[in-house]
Design a binder for this molecule. Structure first.
Ligand SMILES: [Zn+2]
Length: 106
């Protein structure tokens, strides 16, 4: 039931915004926003508040010489896709794909 509710909810609400920030993340992140931190023109990390509601901040490394590493694709409509999926193996255990600004639960 919960999965079905999430799918419907996802379909109604607008996609996540994407915000590019220089050097450092703000102390308070906004909900439903993917932050991309750039330093010297390089994308260093992506961050977002965990979509499960646990309020943790998820950090995804974007530097190709560190592991694990995610790839960010920006689309013409302003949305963003992350690859591969995001999986918090500890704490809340969220595992989802972030595609076109939308959270797709695994
Ligand atoms: Zn969570």
């Amino acid at each position: 039931m919960r999965g079905a509710y999430r799918r419907i909810h996802n379909w109604i609400v607008p996609p996540y915004a994407t915000l590019l920030v220089e050097d450092t993340l703000p102390k308070q992140l906004k909900r439903r926003t993917l932050y991309i931190v750039e330093e010297d023109g390089f994308q260093e990390q992506a961050a977002m508040i965990c979509p499960c509601g646990c309020h943790s901040v998820l950090h995804m490394n974007l530097l190709p010489d560190e592991r694990p590493c995610w790839r960010v694709t920006r689309h013409d409509d302003g949305t963003t896709t992350l690859h591969p999926s995001v999986w918090r193996k500890k704490d809340c255990g969220s595992h989802f794909w972030f595609r076109n600004g939308r959270v797709v639960w695994c």
